[in-house]
Design a binder for this molecule. Structure first.
Ligand code: COA
Length: 376
């Protein structure tokens, strides 16, 4: 018998796959370039966080303004892009599948998509980061038979996104809440989709291919797709009195409770704490606290029964719902924020590239011999 090396843990738990200085989880908190997520969520803006992730420093006023204007101009599409994007099927199509294909379409229309020149790659990075939020708004507009509203350069990306999504100007509070959500989702060390983006980049494929792969990975319910599932769960439960029997039944059947658990945080996800307080205040203000109360009770019971705590997806669902956003757009919005982190990682990967090529521990037969049909 062949001797095998020890198998890695399933799911690569604890395996160090690369070195990175984009973001990290240190003790119980998340750091972007060394800055705590709580600090950034309270004091920063999404555009400033993007600058930080891409440049490894906070911007001065001029640098921030310049990036903001650049990203805002990239939030608009050319007529050719709109024409092609409008031909994509939308009926019965999940928005994440649409987004994945839409990014591919943009790559076909970008004559520099295969360029290996750094200046072209930086151009694509900025362009994709602006366009991803607008793609989500565009999809909603196509579904509602409206056009995207023109970008207003004196406002933020969050403001412009909500403006087009809703077809009317958002309030300051809505913009602040949404901007904070974008900050919280922007990066998260070597999560599944970021690793996917880096793996694709490691073969020296192009930026668009890395982002398309990452969108595909984020789509799954064990990753970004969980936020949409959380709202489905809460709607299925219906009221606080149903939470306990629903949970008992789900645990008895070994169902995974969406929005709970994490590979790295075992004492709670710092982003969930920030989102919880936003969810509470938004639900109270709306006069309908039912979803928040159900969430809170589910959290208490999950802690008691399994000692498993909420992750970023749990309270983001009720926050987005309070902003009037449809649940099938929750994961695309996650992608439109996370693209900033994916792109920081792709470029970092290329600075220190070696193709990813792990081994699989063989557990099948060996020494098999081909036989003709009559001997099988
Ligand atoms: N509901 C119920 N049980 C859960 C759970 C959840 N959400 N998350 C973890 N567990 C349990 C597992 O069943 C397992 O129990 P066991 O040892 O008795 O089999 C144990 O906790 C360890 O979980 P495991 O799935 O091995 O953790 P992981 O590190 O592989 O996976 C997640 C992490 C996030 C994928 C997992 O917690 C999960 O599926 N959560 C729900 C989906 C979700 O919210 N994803 C978004 C992540 S940000």
């Amino acid at each position: 018998m062949q001797k095998y090396e020890a198998a890695m843990d399933k799911g690569l738990e604890g395996v160090v796959a690369c070195s990175t200085s984009v973001s990290s989880i240190v003790d119980a908190t998340l750091l972007y370039r060394g800055f705590a997520i709580e600090d950034l969520a309270k004091n920063s803006s999404f555009e400033e966080v993007i600058f930080l992730l891409w440049n490894n420093k906070l911007p001065n006023k001029e640098e921030l303004q310049s990036l903001q204007q650049n990203l805002l101009s990239n939030m608009s599409f050319s007529d050719k892009e709109i024409l092609q994007l409008k031909t994509l099927p939308i009926k019965g199509v999940h928005p994440m599948a649409w987004l994945r294909t839409a990014v591919s379409v943009l790559s076909l229309l970008d004559l520099k998509s295969q360029s290996t020149k750094k200046e072209d790659q930086l151009f694509i990075r900025n362009s994709l980061t602006g366009k991803m939020l607008s793609l989500v708004a565009l999809l909603n507009c196509i579904r509602e038979g409206r056009d995207l509203l023109p970008i207003q350069k004196e406002y933020s990306m969050a403001w412009n996104f909500l403006n087009s999504l809703q077809g009317k100007e958002p309030t300051d509070e809505q913009v602040k809440v949404f901007d904070t959500c974008l900050i919280l989702h922007a990066d998260h060390s070597l999560n599944c989709s970021t690793f996917t983006a880096r793996v694709t980049a490691s073969s020296l494929s192009d930026i668009y291919s890395s982002i398309v792969s990452a969108i595909g990975a984020l789509k799954g319910p064990l990753h970004g797709g969980a936020n949409e599932e959380v709202l489905k769960t809460l709607k299925e439960i219906g009221s606080t009195k149903n939470v306990e029997p629903w949970l008992q039944n789900s645990l008895k059947n070994k169902y995974k409770i969406m929005g709970f658990g994490h590979r790295v945080y075992k004492n709670g996800d710092p982003r969930a704490k920030i989102l919880k307080s936003m969810s509470k205040s938004l639900c109270e203000k709306s006069g309908d606290s039912n979803l928040f109360e159900m969430s809170n009770l589910l959290e208490e019971l999950m802690k008691k029964e399994k000692n498993i705590l909420p992750n970023v997806d749990f309270y983001s669902a009720t926050v987005y719902n309070s902003l009037g956003i449809l649940s099938d757009l929750f994961t695309p919005i996650f992608a439109a924020s996370r693209v900033s982190g994916w792109l920081a990682h792709v470029l970092e990967q290329w600075e220190q590239n070696r193709i990813y090529r792990p081994k699989g521990q063989w557990k099948g037969k060996i020494n098999q011999l081909w036989k003709p049909f009559d001997q099988r």
